[in-house]
Design a protein around this ligand. Sequence first.
Ligand code: KG4
Ligand code: ZN
Length: 352
Amino acid sequence: MTPAPLILGIESSCDETAVALVRGDRTIVAQAVASQDAAHRPFGGVVPEIAARAHVEVLTPMIARVLADGDVTLAQVDAIAATAGPGLIGGVMVGLVTGKALAFAAKKPLLAINHLEGHALSPRLVDPDLGFPYLLLLVSGGHCQLLAVDGVARYRRLATTIDDAAGEAFDKVAKLLGLGFPGGPAVEAAARRGDRARFRLPRPLLGSVEPHFSFAGLKSAVLRARDALPAPIGATDAADLAAGFQTAVVDCLIDRTRCAIDAMPEATALVVAGGVAANGAIRAALAALAASRGLKFVAPPLWLCTDNAAMIAWAGAERLALGLVDGLDAVARPRWPLDPAAEPVRGAGVKA
Ligand code: KG4
Ligand code: ZN
C-alpha cells in the first residue's frame, strides 16, 4: 500500500514562523513553531518589518530541522503548502517564496494556502469524524467570522465584525490594562482572578437582527472604566476589568453564534478555530451552546488554535486530494477573503 501523501507546510503570515510535515492520513510527522513574542514585546504589538526579518532568519534552518526530525528528505515530500495570505505581506512573501523555491527545486506541486482555510479545516486534522457541512466560528487576531463550511474551498460567510476582531480586542484591552503582550492569554489569566460583575460593560450588537459582531465599543468602555479609576490602576482593578470584558465577549460570541445556528440548520457540528479559540471561557460557553442545540462541538487542541504550520500542511493535503494545486505564479495577498461573494457590510474597519 502506498503511504498517504506527505505535505511540507510553511506558515509565516504573522509573528509565528512554523514548519510542519503532515500526511494525508492525519499523521503529524514533525513540526516546529518559533514565536517572535520577545522581539515584539517592547512595542506592545507586532511590528511588520521586525516580523518579516525574523521569518527570513528562522525559516530555512527550521525547514532543514523539521525534515531531519521527520527523517525524510525533500525528495520524499509529495507537495509544498505555504501560506499565501491574508496577513502581513512581508512575512507572507518570505514563506511563499521559500515554498515556491522548494517546489521548483524539488519538482513538487505547490499549494498556495489561505491562512483562514488553514484555521477552518484544522479541526478535521484531529477529528476524522468531522464531516461537512459545519458551522465555524473563526476567531483570531485579524478575524471574527461565522462561516458555513460546505466543503474544502467552499465557504459562505454568515457574519463578520464591523470593526475590531475578537483577538484584536483582547490585545488592545490587555495593553490598556497593562497586562502585557500577547494580550489574549494575559487577559484570560487576569480574568480568572477577577470579579466579572464589578463593571457594567456593553455587549455591542447583542440581540441585533443583523448577524455581525462589533467589539470597538466594548474596548472603549473598558478604557473609560479604567480612566474613571484612580491612576495607576491596581492588579485587582485590572483583573476585574479583564473579567468583565471577557464575559461581555463571551456573551456577544454566543449570541451571534446562536443566530448562525438558526441560519444553518444543515450544520452537522459547531466548530471553533483561530487563536481566540484557545480561551477556556469561550470554549466552555460554546460547548454548552452546542449541547443545548444537540450539535456536536469540535475545538482543536490549543496548539492547533494558535498559528502553526500543521494546519497549513493539512489544508494542503485536503486540497491536493481534490487536485487543487497552484502554479509558481501564485501571488502573496495581504487580504484574501474565504468567501469573496460575501455581501459588503457597514462599518469603518470591516475585515474581509
Ligand atoms: O490565529 P492567531 O494565532 O493569529 C492570527 O491569525 O491572528 O490568533 C492570535 C490571536 C491574538 O489576538 C491573541 O491575543 C489571541 O489570538 N489569543 C487569545 C488567547 N490566546 C490567543 N485570546 C483570548 N484568550 C486566549 N487564551
Ligand atoms: Zn491565524
